[in-house]
Write a protein that binds this ligand. Sequence first.
Ligand code: AHM
Ligand code: MG
Length: 300
Amino acid sequence: MVFLRKYLESCGCEPDLIALIRLISRQMDPIRKAFLDNQMYEHSLNASGELQAQMDTWADDHLIRVVGESGLVRELASEEQEKIIRFENSRCEYAMVMDPLDGSSLISTDLAVGTIVGIFENGGVLQPGSKLKAAFYTLFGPLTVLVVSVGKGVQSFAWDPETEHYLLLKDSFSVPEGTQYGTGGVRNEWLAPHVKVIDYFDQKGFKIRYSGSFVADCHQLLVYGGIYTYPGSEKKPNGKLRILFEANPLGYIITQAGGRITDGKQNILDIQPEKPHQRTPIYIGSKGIIEKIEEIYSLS
Ligand code: AHM
Ligand code: MG
């Protein structure tokens, strides 16, 4: 049986990085338990102007408190917080970005949601995703799964509630080319290049799969390949998803599994973010299909 800590040690990770990844991943048990008492949607809006679920704020408050008390993180940026949080008393320089609960509009439908985390070694949170030291997400599906990359491929672990350990499920992922896609947005608001991309998928006979939870839709890319996209539109040229909290950690993981991420023109992991809540159009998934998408964009 391979445990998360042993695995991270075998990758040569620093003890403080292992402590941080374990600390956050162990909060999934309390977060999962909190769902029952926090099913409502609040009347407040988050930093991106979206309606918050009670669980968004519960998970955010909980993780900020745990991270703050750990002394492991200097800077933290959360999707639910407008400003970057600095922990002056931290003994480490790690900078962490997180979406405490991605896909939270699905809580009331009991579809899969999860937590997304990216960790930089130092230098704050406003850095390109290519500089990440580690990224992971958890997914509350039939299993509570943790998918992690510390720059040595991608591994998945499952939480065992009996022993209270994460056990290795799969120690290597390679995104296949795949023949499925999921797209966000509203069809009659799509921009011309995105319409061409979707036409290409349809001509190729691709199947549609889109749940409305980025973390869940990306997780299936690791298994089946294909593409998840949330494009820009006339009204929102930069789309909906954020570079820091969503695109970069998942882009880092999918890239580590041999896939790619692009905004249509460039690798999102190369973008220097200027502000925490900067958004970007996203195409993420199989390498060959992303190359085709960039070709369609370059000809548009
Ligand atoms: P969230 O972080 O507030 O949950 O918002 C991001 C979510 C993604 O998980 C998902 O892919 C997308 O928004 C769904 O948006 P839509 O409902 O417009 O399809
Ligand atoms: Mg999100």
